[in-house]
Write a protein that binds this ligand. Structure first.
Ligand code: ZN
Length: 83
């Protein structure tokens, strides 16, 4: 498995953006409910996928107002759909 495949497979990762061709590194967008401890941000931005992968180890559960709000809405939605 390549490094990028490993990042994509991580259940905490929402999406990735490879901007290396434009000289802007590699971006990993985390799902709501997680944040990168190193930057206190929901996005990991590094020069290379392997650097992002190593920082994924430092991802922690996030309970910032934004995450709380979105997760609560998602929960409500799932509940409504089940009814
Ligand atoms: Zn958050």
């Amino acid at each position: 498995m390549t490094v990028i495949e490993r990042i994509k497979k991580d259940p905490r990762v929402e999406s990735i953006s490879d901007e290396r061709a434009a000289g802007d590194g590699f971006w990993v967008y985390l799902h709501y409910g997680y944040y990168g401890y190193e930057w206190s941000s929901h996005i990991i931005h590094e020069d290379s996928p392997s650097a992002c992968l190593s920082y994924l180890r430092d991802v922690r559960p996030c309970d910032c107002p934004e995450c709380k709000h979105v997760l609560a809405e998602q929960k409500n939605k799932t509940k409504k759909e089940a009814e």
